[in-house]
Ligand binder design. Sequence first.
Ligand SMILES: [Zn+2]
Length: 323
Amino acid sequence: MELYGKKHALARLADFRRSGRFPHALLFCGAEGIGKHIIADYAAMMYMCAGDGERPCGHCDGCRRTEQHIHPDVVYPLSSMEKNTYHVEELREFITSCYTKPNDGDIRVCVFEDLDEMSPICQNALLKFIEEPLEFNRYIFIAKSRTPVLQTVLSRVTAVEVDGADEAEFTRAMTDNGIDRVRAAELFERFGGNIGAALGFENGGGEIQYLSAAIKAADAVAAKKELDCLNAFLSLKTREEIFDALGILSDIFGNTATVKAGNPSYGSYRAQTERLAGAYSLKAVSRLYNEAVRLYGMSFTNPNVKLFAAECCSALFNAAENP
Ligand SMILES: [Zn+2]
């Protein structure tokens, strides 16, 4: 298994292992392409490894089957749902099925992908399940953004921000994928350690529009350039894209508030977080966060995409500048 970077996320997992108190519910958060799924696989291997030494060993039967997604006790409920969307009835059936003992061993790992796309009704259905865990169940959640996740769910999981690769690790990932060093340097400049976004772009998938718009908007707010922020929002063509971009912006402002409150930043958008922390007070950053969350909640009520894009931009600049 090749993890490329993710140093802070791995360090946290190693701390849990050393402390002897490995959480029963983990949440991996980070941008699209940052590598949440691979680190979720790695954490699932930590639960399932039967090796004697440091876990995961990477080569026992439990590790290998978990890595290949063929372990009968590492289950991915989303993939079994109709249209790859969580439905509350199917989710309740899934939860009921988890009250029986695992097939093979002592532990079952439930991997809930796209937690940020799960409706509040479904998230509520999960609450009791994760709050009063059976001794054999473990949970791994994956989300691009924390904003849509209910506070009641967040308070029951241990959240781990998945950090991007540094330039050396990023370059290694690119050259392992047949991309030369010169191009790798250009891609690092553009994607800042997000290996999946860079490979997706390079392989013709195009840029993830809402991700690059959110990052440009955050940089524009930090640089106090309202026109750049407006252009970033206007590059989005659908309400879904604005919704996703606002989710990411709220996370960036949330991370920045954490930094301003004196904690180190290990989030996925470190460059933007640092720029914003340098430009604004904690109060201003908190206002930006609240405003982004408010706009996020309004994403689907405004029928005109262009007008709403313009409103987002002016609302954020008002929040930044006016107490
Ligand atoms: Zn193992």
